[in-house]
Design a binder for this molecule. Structure first.
Ligand code: 13P
Length: 284
């Protein structure tokens, strides 16, 4: 199958009350692990690449590797740009064959975010590419912030309603207390805020920074209307953790396949686990 737009996958997820996993890739083994896991679970899946991954692997490798894997897969696959921060980056991905893009204007004043998101939509819609936007600030791991500061960073439900009415984006990433990377303590999600946002906007909602969020909290977020869940850190941990194990056990090993092969399996195991947790197993 060629890539499907995000909207197709999220529409079914909203109806079926489950979330589609969006997994970050940056090399061949991780692309294979993501699509292998989705096939094994008979689940729709989103392969996503950040600007950093595109810089590392090269955009044509990201598209080429994912397309090869998707074409021989029996499950629907979307290829999505994660956190594109410029119009140029988004355009490059659309031209290169991505079926979905995120324009992250969350650091901009809201009117500027709306303005550029609308430019992205005008370019993406005619060619059938979906668009995700972000409102509110999803923290990094270094954030040492007070409750008031935290509140100011989280997505304002009324602003979300306004933003969606002015743009009509296909998916909206919200800040409800998660952060990218490894958590220092247990993340506390603001579920009341999520429910409030959900009641004000029809757009599918995206949860970023989902590695390290307890399983029960993930389930609660899905119940309250999250339809796309992003996972990167857990894959990195599984992949590099297994590389370290193999190299510690066999310090004389020089065959990359003997190191990266087991790492690919470890990545696939954690991705399968997440797919089951999100409720998308068996939905393809
Ligand atoms: P984690 O690294 O916390 O899994 O977050 C991934 C993400 O949200 C990518 O946009």
């Amino acid at each position: 199958m060629s890539f499907v737009p995000l909207t197709d996958l999220l529409k079914e997820a909203v109806q079926g009350k489950y979330a589609v996993g969006a997994f970050n890739c940056n090399n061949m083994e991780i692309v294979q692990a993501i699509i292998g896991a989705a096939e094994a679970e008979k689940a729709p899946v989103i392969v996503q690449a950040s600007q950093g991954a595109i810089k590392y692997a090269g955009i044509n490798y990201i598209v080429g590797l994912t397309r090869l894997a998707a074409e021989s897969a029996s499950v629907p696959v979307a290829l999505h740009l994660d956190h594109g921060t410029s119009f140029d980056q988004v355009m490059q991905c659309i031209r290169s064959g991505f079926s979905s893009v995120m324009f992250d204007g969350s650091k901009l004043p809201v009117e500027e975010n709306i303005n550029i998101t609308n430019q992205v939509l005008a370019a993406a819609r005619p060619v059938g590419v979906s668009v995700e936007a972000e409102l509110g600030k999803i923290g990094g791991t270094e954030d040492d912030i007070t409750v008031d500061e935290r509140d100011a960073m989280l997505t304002d439900p009324d602003e979300a309603k306004y933003f969606v009415s002015k743009t009509g984006v296909d998916a909206l990433a919200v800040a409800i207390g998660t952060a990218h990377g490894i958590y220092k303590g247990e993340p506390k999600l603001d579920f009341a805020r999520l429910t409030n946002i959900r009641s004000l906007v029809d757009t599918p909602i995206v949860l970023h920074g989902s590695s390290g969020v307890p399983d029960e909290a993930i389930k609660e977020a899905v119940t309250r209307g999250v339809s796309k869940i992003n996972i990167d850190t857990n894959i990195r941990e599984a992949f590099t953790g297994r590389c370290r194990e193999v190299m510690a056990q066999k310090p004389e090993e020089i065959d990359p396949r003997k190191i990266l092969g087991p790492a690919r399996e470890a990545a696939m195991d954690i991705i399968r686990e997440k797919i089951r947790l999100f409720g998308s197993s068996g939905k393809a």
